[in-house]
Design a protein around this ligand. Structure first.
Ligand code: XMP
Length: 485
């Protein structure tokens, strides 16, 4: 909605400042009835600025005001039809009398104290939305933030622009202006080094920094030898057009030598992470006056590191440069740390970055090494690159690329028997992986039309030497993951 917002974990909330125009209490998997249920102190806040509680937030507001929240026999999950009970309420302004909403809750508000009024209900949940009389505070049992709540965006807009009076001025252009001014004052005459990956975040961070400090930004692109077909050329062409100063560090020999004979996925990831840091550090030291390390950290990374329960189980160790700044004695500058991915994309487009680069699928740091099951060799990389290029080009050709969140090809350590002409073959198998997702945390396999799959499969088998079988991965995440390793 083009409105600046911050997400604060409940245990870090220290109140509001003069600029705060409104507060939203989010949902939570917790129950307000449990010990140690997340709480926030709203003294002096409620009544002075608008407050909206969603799901757990609504239950919390109701329960601290004397309402009843119970584990419900009528647990609602999924779509429900909500009926407006008070069409004059500003939160529900302009909504049709009934509409579909998304419910996901185990507890239900079973009664409201005096002074709280039901403004919308579903068949199973009478208190689907309520308001406080005498203060600008509301609660919604359903989730306006998901697309399945058809009028959800309108409800949020009623709250944010109508009730809170926010103007929607937090646009790509205004962000670029203020960000560049801030970067100039933060960095002064200092020089910055930044690792480019070819992905959206590091590219947008680089262009912003370049806009602020021009030639004092030095970019390093590490060619691990684990990249896709023509990746280095394509990416360097884009960066050249943007006027960035980029050094390519060709380290493919180092990566491939260190990976020789290694088959364990976690060991591969660790080797790649370590090599990446070593190569980057070596290159970065060539710029003698550098004081800062630029990074494309985005808001979800910042929020993630403030997780309520600290450490989540390590499913895959992500390739990152976490310890690098301290090791190199550099300060960190992260121009995107307050942005979500969709905002980064908008800003990238507003900066004039090629829309093909902005719309690129995510690609994992360890590259094709984690898409070759088992040992990584040059020959296997060559085979995988060819098959992958056919897959990705075909997705573009069939107009499917942009509706798919991420796609890639996996080379399996499996050979199978085939027949080509009159000859028996005994060759490799590749798996195609394409998923739809919002953030990569959960994903579903993409329903690519059979005709397209058929054409892709024949083209790969006909053109890629050493491949005689193609399979399509139909696993969702969870329980599978997007990458195979
Ligand atoms: P998984 O396989 O965990 O992947 O479902 C989720 C998303 O993360 C990407 N991925 C990585 N990205 N470094 C990265 O920068 C990594 O080490 C890494 N491993 C997985 C994956 O491609 C998908 O987009």
């Amino acid at each position: 909605m083009n409105v600046y917002s911050e997400i604060i974990p409940h245990f870090r909330f220290e109140g509001i400042d003069k600029q705060t125009k409104g507060l939203i209490l989010s949902g939570s998997p917790c129950s307000v009835r449990q010990d140690n249920a997340p709480q926030v102190c709203l003294e002096g806040i409620r009544g002075s600025i608008p407050v909206l509680g969603i799901c757990y937030g609504a239950q919390l507001l109701a329960s601290i005001s004397g309402g009843n929240v119970e584990n419900s026999p009528s647990r609602e999950y999924g779509r429900a039809s909500v009926t407006i009970k008070d069409a004059s309420d500003p939160l529900l302004r302009g909504l049709p009398e009934t509409s579909q909403v998304w419910m996901s809750h185990g507890d239900t508000i079973t009664s409201l104290p005096e002074g709280l009024k039901i403004i919308a209900s579903t068949e199973d949940v009478p208190v689907a939305a309520y308001s406080f009389s005498g203060e600008p505070t509301w609660g919604l049992q359903f989730h306006p933030e998901v697309v399945h709540s058809i009028e959800g965006a309108r409800i949020l807009s009623n709250f944010v622009t109508g009730i809170c009076g926010c103007k929607g001025e937090w646009t790509g252009e205004s962000f670029i202006q203020s960000c560049v001014t801030e970067l100039r004052s933060q960095l002064g005459e200092d020089e910055v080094v930044l690792g480019l990956s070819g992905g959206v975040d590091s590219s947008v961070a680089a262009v912003l920094l370049h806009k602020a400090i021009g030639k004092r930004l030095h970019c390093i692109f590490v060619d691990s030898g684990l990249l896709r077909k023509n990746e280095v050329c394509n990416v360097m062409d884009s960066y050249g057009n943007m006027g960035l100063d980029v050094t390519v560090a060709d380290a493919s020999d180092k990566f491939l030598t260190d990976l020789a004979g290694v088959t364990d996925p976690e060991t591969k990831r660790k080797i790649i992470g370590r090599d990446f840091v070593e190569v980057f550090e070596q290159e970065a030291h060539k710029f003698k006056n550098v004081k800062w390390l630029g990074q494309g950290t985005i808001y979800p990374d910042v929020v993630e590191s403030a997780k309520v329960n600290g450490t989540a189980t390590v499913i895959k160790s992500h390739h990152n440069v976490g310890g690098l700044p301290e090791k190199m004695g550099l300060k960190v500058v992260e121009p995107l740390r307050m942005l979500f991915k969709d905002e980064v994309r908008k800003i990238g487009l507003a900066l004039g970055i090629d829309s093909r680069l902005i719309g690129r699928h995510p690609f994992p740091g360890p590259g094709l090494a984690i898409r070759i099951i088992g040992e990584v060799t040059r020959e296997k990389l060559e085979t995988l690159r060819e098959a992958d290029a056919i897959f990705i080009d075909s997705l573009r050709k069939y107009g499917l690329y942009d509706s798919i969140w991420q796609a890639g090809t996996i080379l399996l350590p499996v050979r199978s028997v085939g027949v080509m002409g009159d000859e028996r073959t005994y060759e490799n198998c590749v798996a195609l992986r394409a998923v739809t997702s919002v953030d990569g945390m959960t994903a579903d396999w993409a329903r690519i039309p059979h005709e397209a799959l058929a054409a892709i499969s024949s083209e790969i088998i006909n053109k890629v030497k050493g491949v005689n079988r193609v399979v399509y991965d139909i696993s969702s995440k969870p329980p599978a993951t997007i990458e195979w390793e």
